[in-house]
Design a protein around this ligand. Sequence first.
Ligand SMILES: [Cu+2]
Length: 139
Amino acid sequence: MRRFISRIIKPWLALAATAAMVGATQQGCSKDASTAKAPEAAAAPEKREGGVRIVELSVTEKGYEPSPVSLKKGEPVKLVVTRKTDHTCATEVVMDGYGINTPLPLNQPVEITFTPKESGKLVYGCAMGKMISGVFMVD
Ligand SMILES: [Cu+2]
C-alpha cells in the first residue's frame, strides 16, 4: 500500500515543483520583483568620465540592478542600461520629470543621460506605472 501511495505522490510533487519554477520565471510585473531586492548592491565604486558620472545598470529577473544608487544633485549622469532578460515587462526606462522613456533592446547597452535636479528619491521603472522599478537617492 505504501509503495502505491508514493508512486502516486512522486509525480505529483514533480509537477508541483515545475509549476513553482514556471511561476518564478514568469513573474512579469509582480511587485515582488522590485521589493525583494537586497540593498547591498549600492556599494559599487563610482565611475566618472570628464565630470559625468557613469552608472551601469542591468535589467534582470530581479528588476533593475543595482538599486538604490546614490547620485549628486547637479552632477550629470550617464546611465548605461543593459536588459538581460525577456521574462519581465521591464523593457524600457521611464523617468518622470526628465522626459525619459527609453526602450531597452535585449542585450544591447543603451545610454541615457540626465542631470538630477532635486534631492531626494528618484524612482524610475517600466512603462506600466513602474510596477518594476529602481531608485536613485539624490543628495
Ligand atoms: Cu511593468
